[in-house]
Design a protein around this ligand. Structure first.
Ligand SMILES: [Zn+2]
Length: 142
């Protein structure tokens, strides 16, 4: 996953979370975080940066369109568990020409603005505060 893909994916999670909170499918950011295995501080942060206004839907009388947008947002958020579990390999070059197979790091909540997934594992700088500038600079043995 490139840094752009990680950011895009994270932005889609954010949109989906905000939608479900606006519609009051989940009443509190923490409820939503728990349901989808997202870090609570992240979901709280997302929600705090909206106007926090809800426009609840009547869940017993959803229109087909509402059903569709809710289902889509739910699926997007469910994707997180899978992404989390099957993260791409770090890929840093190791001495001897092999590539690091460890999963890329999940960033701490305060760094999700850069994307939830780092481009490298913990040992290879996945949690560094700066983005690794050139992802394909693989000549450098780490
Ligand atoms: Zn690594």
């Amino acid at each position: 996953m490139t840094p752009e893909e990680s950011r895009d994916f994270t932005a889609r999670l954010e949109q989906a979370a905000i939608l479900l909170l606006e519609l009051e499918i989940y009443r509190k950011p923490d409820d939503l975080a728990r349901r989808f295995g997202l870090p609570k501080p992240v979901v709280r942060y997302w929600w705090r940066h909206t106007d926090e206004k809800t426009r609840p839907v009547d869940q017993s009388q959803l229109s087909p369109r509402e059903v569709k947008v809710i289902r889509k947002a739910t699926q997007t958020l469910e994707g997180w568990e899978k992404i989390k579990r099957y993260r791409p390999p770090c890929g840093a070059k190791l001495p001897g020409g092999k590539r690091c197979k460890r999963s890329v790091a999940i960033r701490p909540p305060e760094a999700w603005g850069m994307g939830a997934l780092a481009t490298r594992c913990r040992l290879h700088g996945g949690l560094s505060k700066r983005l690794i500038k050139k992802l394909n600079n693989d000549d450098e043995v780490m």
